[in-house]
Ligand binder design. Structure first.
Ligand code: ZN
Length: 261
């Protein structure tokens, strides 16, 4: 079994950046996909005019997320909602967060674990907190032998791509990202990227999933109806190999499982 465990903070965090990798393995009978959401996303901004309230948003976003994976065409084999407070993950005692993630990972013994790196892609404190907790949970498993816990991946945007996207935003008169600001996208140095996935063949499926996150379209895209632009954005996924340290020293890997037995 090749098990991929994805651990994120909010419903929609995994709609970008890893959904293409999942879709590429959709037809593989040996592939197992475990998804962990730390929160229900109940603290998110509600799109103007969308029929939700702060009280109903968490349930709506859970349902959107499940519909999104059906639209991608490869729902998780197991989907765990940890139920921590949206916007408050960095206030949860760290060991409590680690234990909650470990409770899933210990039973699943995943081959590869994917989460946020210390940049949180957007500097979001929830992203940074769940990424750090997942790293710590992974470390508990990585000390064991066997075929599990072979690779830890951090989602990332290469600095060169970040700069290109920001230049395009400036040309389109859209607000540009300032990586020193919280909730703004940031890149990581290109030479830290250890995995580059070509998702062009499944980009339409990834966009089908993104479009199910209807309560969040206004924060996910400047024009959610511009499907072609969304497809270009999701046509690549990039990861930093956080463990083992020398796993991708020679070349970018082209699959999350490449080189693993
Ligand atoms: Zn998020």
């Amino acid at each position: 079994m090749l098990t991929l465990a994805v651990v994120v903070a909010h419903p929609d965090d995994e709609a970008y950046g890893i959904a293409g990798s999942v879709a590429l393995h959709a037809e593989n009978p040996d592939f197992r996909f475990v998804l962990v959401h730390a929160t229900d996303g109940e603290g998110g901004d509600i799109r103007p005019g969308f029929p939700a309230t702060p009280e109903t948003l968490g349930g709506i976003r859970r349902a959107e997320d499940e519909a999104a994976w059906r639209a991608v065409g490869r729902p998780p084999d197991r989907h765990v909602w940890l139920g921590f407070p949206d916007g408050g993950l960095d206030q949860v005692p760290f060991e409590q967060l680690v234990d909650a993630v470990w409770a899933v990972l210990e039973g699943e013994r995943p081959t590869v674990v994917h989460t946020f790196g210390p940049d949180g892609i957007f500097g979001h404190p929830d992203h940074i907190a769940i990424g750090a907790a997942t790293d710590a949970a992974f470390a508990r498993g990585a000390s064991s032998s066997g075929l599990a816990f072979r690779r830890l991946l951090h989602g990332a945007v290469p600095e060169s791509v970040f700069q290109r996207w920001n230049d395009q935003r400036a040309q389109m008169d859209l607000s540009v990202f300032d990586p020193s600001e919280m909730y703004h996208m940031r890149g990581v140095p290109d030479d830290e990227i250890g995995v580059v996935i070509d998702c062009r063949s499944v980009a339409d499926r990834v966009v089908n999933g993104l479009r199910e996150h209807g309560s969040q379209h206004h924060v996910m895209s400047d024009d959610p109806d511009d499907v072609e632009r969304w497809k270009r954005v999701v046509s690549r996924e990039w990861f930093v190999v956080a463990w083992p340290p020398d796993d991708a020293a020679d070349r970018p890997l082209s699959s999350v499982f490449e080189g693993l037995p």
